[in-house]
Design a protein around this ligand. Sequence first.
Ligand code: GLC
Length: 411
Amino acid sequence: MSIVFLSPTGQSGGAEAALIELLAGLRESHPSWSLDVIVASDGPLVGGVRALGVPVQVLPFPPSVARLGDWSVGTGLLARAKFLVRCAGIAWPAARYLRRLRSLLRDRGPVVIHTNGFKMHVLGAWAKPRDSKVLWHLHDYIARRALTATLLRYSAHRCAAAIANSRSVADDMRTVCGSALPVHPVWNAVDLNRFSPRGPQLDLDAMSGLPSATDVIRVGLIATFARWKGHPTFLRALAMLPPSLRVRGYVIGGPVYETAGSQVTLEELRQEAISLGLANRVGFTGMVPDSSAAMRALDVVVHASTDPEPFGLVIAEAMACGKPVITSGAGGARELAEPDVNALVHTPGDAADLARAIDALASNAKLRARIGAAGRATAERSFTRRRLASELTPIYEGLAGPPRGGPSVRH
Ligand code: GLC
């Protein structure tokens, strides 16, 4: 089996972390398979792939293609007209990129081209050699993203199958491309050795410039700065807690994507914290080198996405660290959580409901221990590399078809 993976970014968002785990799982389960990665910008993903011994090549997007996204479409006639003009400007660099990608793929001649993000779903579909099969790995919802949905619908006939990171994302995909394209829901895996209850811890206070303290409950939101990750909800919830609770909040993470307009800025969040009177009770750590060490330094991990979360890798990772997690109750995130057993669940965007859940955990050490232990058990059952590889194997082999000249059996 030979597979080329296409990633539209080398940055370290959830889809890229999921890709690294996937590659690690395939390396362990199928050491003889040939795996190759092509990525459209340099970044931590490249080092992560190399560390697994998987060859990786950076084929950078032209800047105009890197910046293009639904977030930049805007509403109103003028915004749309401007957007169309920009699209016209992108056509030529995109066509040139497609030619280069096509020639790289022709050289490698993979059985499967596994694409890990929207731009690569489209480019991979149009650049594929005749005998290769394209497998889209969907990490996000599409139906409400006008540009993406249109492009994928238009490219779907060149794709053989799709994987979705949750049932919820699979259902969304079916509303966009119909039932002709097989869509397999497959949960992500997590590195259970790295994301484990034991290991180094970051000094979150030092990282965020807060005075060190020993008698506080540390509650953190770990996320990119995508607008829908719910940072304002988290800050408002912290402001609603009784001061006697001695909770300190941490915003852990930063902006990672290049798509214009899709992220909040650190300055906006700092201003919001100040206006809520939280200046001394919230720390901003920026990006952290190892999110598992950040999680271990927390007493409670919060997931606050205001839109349905496609999967929620942070939730799975926090569970693997044995930390009690509060998730927002929509989308794939809702599939991972068994409310009051391995997580507490709040209504997306409802700061008062989130404050209630933080209060419940911050004031009850036994509850924190019980939910945290159940989370680790969930992770050991559901987020292993072995489980991921065993679900992917029949999908790849199904695309490869029967061995040449042989009967129609799976190998
Ligand atoms: C995307 C999704 C996130 C998911 C990750 C890995 O970043 O938004 O929910 O955890 O991909 O699949």
